[in-house]
Every structure is written in C-alpha cells, then in structure tokens.
Design a binder for this molecule. Structure first.
Ligand code: HSE
Length: 297
C-alpha cells in the first residue's frame, strides 16, 4: 500500500523571467514513498547528502501533506519516506520538489480529489514556510511539467506553457553556498525602463518558444539585464563560465533560480559534452569544484 512518486528538479526562474517563468527537467529529482496511516504526518526516513529535518512541521514534504489533508478536510494521516535527488540550496527547487511530491502523494492516497493545478497552492505554502517567500516558479513546473508562467501569486494564477522537445540543458552546480534570501536582498529595488523592456521582451520570447516548441526562439532569449548582473557576483567565476560555455557552443547561459546552479542550453547532442566540460573546467580554474548533469525537458 506504499505508493512511489518522482518530483523533478526545476529551473525557476528561466533567465529574465524572474519569479514568473519556471521549467521542470528530467532525470534529476526527489523520490518519495507514501502510505496512509490513521492520523498525523510521519516522516520515517530521509535519504540525503545533507542533514534534513524529519519533523513534519519543519520539512516542506510534511507541511505540504498537512496542507492537502486540511483542504480535503480529512482526519487520516500519511507516512512519508523521502529520497533526495539534489542538494538543498542549489537553485534546483529542492524544497519545492519534496513539497510537490508529498502534496501529490497525499492527494492520491485520499481519492485523488484535487487537480495538479489545485496542488500548487498547498505545495507553494509549504515551500514558503521554509524559504520565507511565496513564489510558485518551482512548485508549478514541478507539478505541471514543462514550462509554466506564474502571473500572480496572490491569488495564485499559473499557466502551463508547453515544452521544447529538442532542448538539451547542462546543469552545473558549483560547490558554493548561495542563500536565496541573500540572492534576493542583492537585487536592485529600481530598474531602468530600457532594462525592464529588454527583460520583458526576452521573457515573452521564452513563453512563445515553449508554446511553439521552438528551440530557435529560446536560443535568442536567455538575456537578463536586471537580475543576472546582480546575482552573478555571488557565484565565483560566473562570467568566465558563461563566456566559455558560449565559446564551446552553448546558445545561452543563465543562473538557475537563485543559484548557485548555472545552466547552459543547446539543441546539438554533439556539443553538449564540450559545453559541460568547459563549464566544469572554468569553475575549477576559479578554485570551485562542481557537479554536473545533462538533462532535457
Ligand atoms: N524565483 C526565486 C528567485 C526562486 O530567483 O529568487 C528561488 O529558488
């Protein structure tokens, strides 16, 4: 009577689409097992490289499960076992993945009454409890798949956009700690109108690219005049990593979420390893070790 759920890693934000555009990726993610119990939420096991709380009130999975039970108005409980497939604080939506998996599993165990769209709110509430900020650019793509657009968080208004079938993504996670709070505090509070227009144009282009399954459009869109220049200072070697990835053939490079993971895009399977090597080597030149993976949407 155990069920098993896989929740993918997510890139949120996609480049200029700050707090708006998110994307789920294959192969990397959390695996969660769940079963019904009489009452309460129990996290009986966490397999992770880093110590994480099994207190259901402090873990996003436990909080999300409780939120779903509250919505369903049910007195039963769930037991959860979590296998983390990505490090926390990496910019890959780790806490969102655990929250989404637990929300999905709890709903499924109790009659599958809520849609995936309806699960975004409890999952996002759980993530907000841990991250301190309420944004759905990780939970939404994690639950809906492909790319998503969050028009508003309050009230929650999320649209699934689509996917790009020949998109290859190199994810490189340097061994650097970047706290989301710090990566948000560093952002400018005012922006130039020209930078706003530039980011808006590129964000709209990303939306069009995923709606039309058009890699060519996406390849022109990963340009960010506002957030990336501020955040790149928190990632040692970022400018060189980006330059060398582009030199190795990538069509675009950006920071995943609030970092420190950096991602590069291509649609050419022959280039993808060169790009990966160039990024890993460049981080190393800056004294930074990294882990990396090639993925797709
Ligand atoms: N959109 C958020 C940010 C996500 O970039 O700050 C953090 O993972």
């Amino acid at each position: 009577e155990w069920i098993k759920v896989f929740a993918p890693a997510t890139i949120g934000n996609i480049g200029p689409g700050f707090d708006v555009l998110g994307l789920s990726v294959k192969y990397v993610g959390d695996t969660l097992e769940a079963r019904k119990i009489e009452e309460g939420i129990v996290i009986s096991e966490i397999e992770s490289d880093m110590p994480l709380s099994t207190d259901p009130e402090k873990n996003t999975a436990g909080i999300a499960a409780a939120e779903v039970l509250k919505i369903l108005n049910i007195t039963g409980g769930v037991e959860l076992k979590i296998k983390k497939g990505m490090p926390s604080g990496s910019g890959l939506g780790s806490s969102a993945a655990s929250a989404a998996a637990a929300a999905f599993a709890t709903n499924y165990l109790y009659g599958d009454q809520l849609t995936r769209e309806e699960l975004i709110l409890p999952a996002t509430r759980a993530e907000a409890f841990v991250s301190g900020a309420f944004f759905a650019d990780n939970t939404a793509p994690c639950l809906l798949g492909g790319a998503t657009l969050t028009r508003s968080c309050m009230p929650l208004d999320v649209t699934k956009i689509g996917s790009i079938s020949n998109l290859l993504i190199v994810l490189v996670t340097p061994d650097i700690v970047v706290l989301t709070k710090e990566a948000r505090d560093i952002l400018p509070t005012q922006v130039d109108m020209k930078d706003f227009i530039y980011n808006m144009a590129n964000s709209c282009l990303i939306t069009a690219a995923f709606a039309k399954d058009d890699y060519g459009l996406f390849a022109r869109s990963l340009n960010d005049a506002i957030v990336e220049p501020a955040r790149s200072k928190l990632i040692a070697g970022y400018d060189d990593v980006k330059a060398n990835a582009l030199r190795a053939g990538a069509d675009g490079v950006a920071i995943s979420g609030s970092g420190p993971t950096v991602f590069a895009i291509t649609n050419d399977p022959r280039k993808v390893r060169f790009i990966q090597d160039a990024m890993v080597r460049t981080f190393r030149m800056h004294g930074v070790e990294s882990t990396s993976v090639i993925t797709e949407v």
